[in-house]
Write a protein that binds this ligand. Structure first.
Ligand code: SF4
Length: 498
């Protein structure tokens, strides 16, 4: 017998009314914990109740596969299962009807060339399979600063919210950058984690107390001009100053790239790769979220360029988008400066495009587009990493293309150490052992580079240590090791000592 046919209907959640606002809690997730904590505080600043979902686990992956499409890419399964796990547990505790009234889920949406355009359909299917059809999901557009209110008027994605979220991400990225340049060298284990937790709590308070300055352009101007966030980050640097470090240890610098979700989260979804690499003796260069925001501007600008000569307003829109992109980079650099310029700088998007061009067309959208190839070449050319660790999700079409293109890149640059790890949630040993093979070579390079730096400076390690100890600032996490054209922190420090 044929199954009854139902016409396609686009998902449309029940409205959240303004009077419901106090009783509804907004759930969100998919970033690293620092950014999520600051975004939560930003919501509270605007009078919302909000809560990040716990970091996804392997059980979430299995549940996501069970409740939605089993062939979907693993980030979709992780995030779907993560939401379903939380709501399922809450439904057992307070009942499905209460869950549908008490919580809503807010997530970024797109009409991408990949699964990213269909995440909400996976969520909807999973929730239907859980008997939570009445639960409300809301999609935020990634590229609009002011999206107005959702149906019912209870949640409004206006400029103060969007700008607060962007500034929260920038601050969290900058702190994460400082943290990852410190922890591998800390003398007392656990100090960096403690200071980061304290710092993020203090920053959360800063976001909770953020002054309200207008709704549209006034809000944008205030965020760009205010020293409010920079001052708070300077306090963070002062806290880091108390951490004693020993940066005369040659460690391979490993740059994390890959699909947005996998490179951003820290936990089961990427086999805890950040912590694993540090435990294996590496310094990790994490993937800041701001690079993704910068890329969105670049894609938007590329589209606007097509309309010059066709649309009368195209030049104006182009100039405005370029200005906003510059403002984003400038603001992030301002935050880096508040942290002593220690967090890594972000690559120039147009250089990434140029570097990737012979291997990957910039119009191929979906996932990170040409950025994976561009970032690998950028890091290699500018001595930004000994090794690239690319996190490629299982069943991800754009990432498969990037990995294919990288075969051509490696052919031309055989000295580029590149570890593409297929992440599917249940093949950890395989992925980590593959990474370890490349890491062994990266360690050799870091050690060789360090020895060469000592030889060039005519120093022994003991003398280098004595010189370093004679300058107490160099033993503080707030000391910036300036680049002397070498990749590793220790080799660059030797150059400074020489
Ligand atoms: S980029 Fe890949 S992993 Fe990410 S949503 Fe698209 S298909 Fe899935």
């Amino acid at each position: 017998m044929n199954a009854p046919q139902r016409p396609y209907r686009a998902y449309s959640p029940r409205p959240v009314r303004a009077e419901e606002r106090d009783g509804v809690e907004i759930l969100f997730g998919g970033l690293h914990w620092r950014a999520e904590r600051l975004i939560q505080a930003m919501f509270e600043n605007l009078g919302y109740r909000a809560r990040p979902l716990p970091t996804a686990t392997r059980d979430d992956l299995l549940l996501g596969r069970e409740l939605a499409d089993i062939g979907q890419c693993c980030p979709t399964s992780f995030t779907t299962g993560n939401l379903a796990q939380f709501l399922g547990a809450e439904a057992k505790r307070i009942g499905a009807d209460k869950v549908a009234e008490k919580y809503v889920y807010l997530t970024a949406g797109a009409c991408g060339a990949c699964r990213f355009g269909q995440y909400h359909q996976s969520y909807e299917l999973a929730l239907r399979n859980l008997g939570l059809d009445a639960f409300r999901l809301f999609l935020m557009e990634q590229t609009k600063l002011d999206q107005g209110a959702f149906a019912g008027g209870g949640i409004e994605i206006g400029m103060p919210l969007t700008l607060g979220a962007v500034w929260a991400v920038l601050c969290a990225d900058a702190v994460q950058g400082l943290e990852y340049r410190t922890r591998p060298y800390e003398v007392i284990k656990g100090e960096t984690d403690r200071v980061v937790r304290e710092s993020i709590e203090e920053l959360a308070e800063v976001f909770r107390r953020r002054p309200r300055r207008g709704k549209r352009s006034a809000s944008l101007l205030w965020h760009l001009a205010t020293p409010y966030f920079v001052r708070a980050l300077r306090n963070v640097l002062r806290k880091f100053e108390a951490i004693e470090v020993d940066k005369l240890q040659p460690k391979p610098l490993v740059k994390i790239t890959g699909e947005f979700y996998l490179q951003t989260v820290e936990g089961d979804p990427n086999y805890n790769i950040h912590r694993w690499l540090e435990a294996e003796g590496a310094e990790v260069c994490p993937a800041p979220i701001v690079v993704w925001l910068d890329y969105l501007f670049r894609v938007h600008i590329q589209q606007l360029e097509d309309y010059v000569g066709i649309d009368r307003m195209a030049r104006f829109k182009l100039a405005r988008a370029r200005l906003l992109q510059k403002a984003l980079g400038w603001t992030y650099n301002r935050m880096r400066a508040a942290l002593g310029d220690i967090p890594h700088e972000i690559p120039d998007q147009y250089e990434l495009r140029r570097l990737a061009a012979p291997h990957f067309h910039h119009r191929l959208s979906g996932g990170e587009g040409d950025m994976l190839v561009g970032k690998a070449l950028w890091a290699h050319r500018h001595n930004k990493a000994h090794m690239i660790c690319e996190l490629s999700p299982y069943a991800c079409m754009p990432n498969t293309m990037s990995v294919g293109a990288m075969a051509g890149v490696i052919g031309k640059h055989p000295d580029l150490l590149y570890a593409p790890l297929e992440i599917k949630g249940d093949a950890e040993v395989h992925a980590l052992s593959r990474c370890q093979m490349i890491l062994t070579e990266a360690k050799k390079r870091a050690k060789g580079e360090f020895d060469a730096a000592l030889a060039q400076a005519r120093l022994t390690l003991d003398v280098a240590r004595m010189r370093r100890d004679a300058r107490p600032a160099m033993r503080k996490a707030s000391y910036r090791v300036a680049s002397a054209g070498r990749v590793g922190t220790a080799a660059n420090l030797v150059a400074a000592l020489a």
